[in-house]
Design a protein around this ligand. Structure first.
Ligand SMILES: *Cc1c(COP(=O)(O)O)cnc(C)c1O
Length: 373
């Protein structure tokens, strides 16, 4: 099976991990700060605080802005559940904003959702395609709201020549196995706000500060969300390879763009010239007459060894959310969910494998012929 995404681990990664395993510090050593410094320099931000997952990083970011009961965040329903789950954990309510047909939250529809309880706007760069961060920044500044970007897909993505992660108050990255780079599990907060950074470090480790000798103090209610030195050693090695990963994913995406330019069966999501995508995903949107056959297409592709996936079931459709917040229906999000398939795009794929995906996809769509109802 050619999976929709996959990690790439080479000897240099293994060596970095083994060297750290044999060293004095499995956790709490200097690999952690070295990885943070390397990330900050790559992203062009002042501070990075790494954690054991992006979910932890989101939770900490919400704690830093003091998110609590009665507060609302405006976010996208087309994301992984953690983006809004972690706001629920703080007692807050997620307000879902409809998306555009590139999968990103519609920045023009955010303002109408702002209430006196709104505390933050939380967009997500779908598949690595950067959100319109300048418009969102201006909106948040005008309404005195925090901007937290879930950039879990977008490490290495750029907009107007700037890396994603520079403009939000805090940007969240994920190093889960199949995200743009991996530390097995892992995540980070990137920020230019020194106060936020200091708080992030405290919350990551029980809110405890060392004093003199054995004496310590606990000043905030925190968690253990630390990332180990072994994981950071892998992260440092992976980060060196990130640009080559993106180049390879770009080559696969380009082959797809060319092959699919004129197919009647689906449309790829084009990346604007002002943007560069990490291509964490390569999403296609099936033509309307194929929506009813999506399960059949999905299964036929899996039989051919093409591991397509669907991103994402809208969060408000989960039963937990429906029971708490009632039914919601956002038309573009619904259509997107009916149309979307993520086809294999990762750095471990050869161009021959991409050709096989192209051929299989076109064959399957041709054989389905759409709905007759
Ligand atoms: C993967 C992902 C997360 C969660 O990342 P973890 O590191 O697995 O906790 C959050 N948001 C989005 C959009 C993701 O894709």
């Amino acid at each position: 099976m050619i999976p929709y995404s996959r990690q790439s681990i080479e000897q240099c990664d293994i060596d970095a991990v083994v060297e750290t395993l044999k060293g004095d510090f499995l956790t709490g050593g200097e690999r952690v700060e070295a990885f943070e410094a390397a990330l900050a320099s790559y992203l062009g931000v002042q501070h990075v605080c790494v954690m054991n997952s992006a979910t932890s990083a989101l939770h900490v970011a919400y704690q830093i802005i003091g998110l609590k009961e009665e507060d609302e965040i405006i976010t996208t329903p087309l994301t992984f559940a953690a983006t809004s789950n972690t706001a629920l954990q703080c007692g807050a309510t997620p307000v879902f904003c409809d998306i555009k047909f590139d999968g990103n939250m519609n920045e023009k529809k955010v303002e109408a959702l702002i209430t006196p309880n709104t505390k933050a706007v939380v967009p997500m760069d779908f598949g690595g395609n950067p959100v319109e961060i300048d418009a969102l920044r201006a909106l948040c500044d005008a309404h005195h709201l925090f901007l937290i970007e879930d950039a879990s897909h977008a490490l290495g993505s750029e907009i107007n020549g700037q890396k994603v992660g520079q403009k939000a108050d805090m940007s969240i990255f994920s190093f889960h196995a199949i995200k743009p780079i991996t530390t097995f599990e892992g995540g980070a907060i990137a920020t230019n706000n020194t106060e936020f950074y200091e708080k992030a470090k405290l919350l990551r480790s029980h809110g405890i500060v060392k004093k003199t000798l054995w004496n310590s103090d606990m000043v905030l209610l925190g968690e253990n969300y630390r990332l180990s030195d072994v994981a950071c050693a892998l992260g440092l090695s992976q980060l060196k390879r990130l640009d080559s990963f993106i180049e390879k994913r770009n080559a696969i995406a380009h082959a797809y763009d060319v092959a699919f330019a004129h197919t009647p069966y689906f449309t790829p999501i084009g990346i604007d010239n002002s943007k560069k995508s990490s291509h964490h995903l390569y999403p296609i949107l099936l033509a309307k007459n194929l929506w009813c056959s999506k399960e059949e297409i999905f299964q036929a592709l899996h039989v051919k060894g093409v591991g397509v996936q669907v991103h994402y079931k809208p969060i408000y459709q989960f039963s937990y959310y429906k029971e708490r917040f009632g039914e919601l229906y956002l038309p573009n999000t619904e259509d997107f969910y009916r149309a979307e398939l993520s086809i294999p795009c990762h750095q471990g794929m050869s161009i021959e494998e991409a050709q096989y995906v192209i051929q299989s996809l076109l064959e399957v769509c041709e054989s389905i012929k759409g709905c007759h109802r």
